[in-house]
Design a protein around this ligand. Structure first.
Ligand code: F6P
Length: 328
């Protein structure tokens, strides 16, 4: 842990945007200014550091943004930052401006970049978990998940109405390239018949036979929620298998896509973003450097940036059993 004094903080958002990022930016800016620090907004993630697209933030720079989705700082996945030359250029821009610390709001890839940067150039960094996928170890929450899952629930409820009206089977694909949390939570909350996620093996025979058995006993509404990263490759692929094996079913696919990333953040996302943003600045001031600020069991939890990785959490068998029993 370094005791380096910080006076000028840069804040940036990196990777996929997530609702609540603005609330986190606001918290970082206002807490920093409260403590008499200078706060700088870096545009488009690490790209803005490399291109020197950086501006001084005042308290009013973050007015009227807590309720807005997206990120006022914009975001990007910078390939140049993977290279030492790119990071050096970024450092030189920070140095010229006197920016001596960073808060990075993003996912595990962004944190790995931050750790590397900090090791090379001695710039203390703090990570805040910002991703709709909720796939970061060391925090029960990630900024954006709650909003995304509620967006999915609202949309799936609407799909259910039309599925019911036409006696159709709907395969709804939700986001989650490597993680099934959006599928699991939204599927349970909307009473899906089945939920297919990357973390578990999909037993396609079992799925087909359970749909066929339900059809025989005239259970009409069928809703299957699939994460885009399911082993079969998402909604269209699952639908084509079902159409082949159960051709008499009227099967439709609905891919929710990027609507899950947008929209006004929920109260929970605003709260956790505000709490994490505030503590990011406190960490920098107290010499707690190069950690990700998370929340576990309603307590702050600090994970060293170099071990803040994609959560490979086992999805509880309990949940999967509940899904099956409740959908019977
Ligand atoms: O932010 C995470 C995520 O939404 C994944 O669930 C999804 O696979 C990916 O981002 C999509 O990224 P992009 O918008 O760059 O295609």
């Amino acid at each position: 842990m370094s005791a380096k004094q910080v006076t000028k903080i840069g804040v940036l958002t990196s990777g996929g945007d997530a609702p609540g990022m603005n609330a986190a930016i606001r918290a970082v800016a206002r807490t920093g200014i409260y403590h008499g620090l200078e706060v700088y907004g870096v545009m488009r993630g690490y790209s803005g550091m490399i291109d020197d697209d950086i501006f001084r933030m005042e308290s009013r720079s973050v007015a009227n943004i807590i309720q807005r989705g997206g990120t006022i700082l914009k975001t990007a996945r910078s390939k140049e930052f993977f290279e030492y030359e790119g990071r050096k250029k970024a450092y030189e821009n920070l140095k010229r401006r006197g920016i001596d610390s960073l808060v990075i709001i993003g996912g595990d890839g962004s944190f790995r970049g931050a750790q590397k940067f900090s090791n090379e150039f001695d710039i203390p960094c703090i990570g805040l978990p910002g991703t709709i996928d909720k796939d970061i170890a060391g925090s029960d929450f990630t900024i954006g998940f709650d909003t995304a899952v509620n967006t999915a629930v609202e949309a799936i409820d609407k799909v259910r109405d039309t599925a019911d009206a036409h006696d159709r089977l709907f395969i709804v694909e939700v986001m989650g390239r490597d993680a099934g949390y959006i599928a699991l939570h939204s599927g349970i909350a909307t009473g899906a018949e089945n939920i297919l996620i990357p973390e578990t093996k999909t037993d396609i025979d079992e799925l087909v036979s359970s749909l066929s058995e339900k059809e025989k006993r005239k259970k009409l509404v069928n809703l299957v929620v699939v994460a885009e990263g399911d082993e079969f490759g998402g909604g269209n692929e699952i639908a084509s298998i079902i159409r082949e094996r159960l051709p008499h079913l009227d099967t439709r696919v609905c891919i929710l896509g990027h609507i899950q990333r947008g929209g006004s953040p929920t109260c929970l996302d605003r709260l956790i973003a505000s709490r994490m943003g505030y503590h990011a600045v406190e960490c920098l001031l107290n010499g707690k450097h190069n950690v990700m600020v998370g929340i576990l069991n309603n307590k702050l939890h600090y994970t060293p940036l170099n071990s803040a990785v994609k959560a490979k959490q086992k999805i509880s068998d309990d949940w999967l059993k509940i899904v099956k029993i409740l959908a019977s």
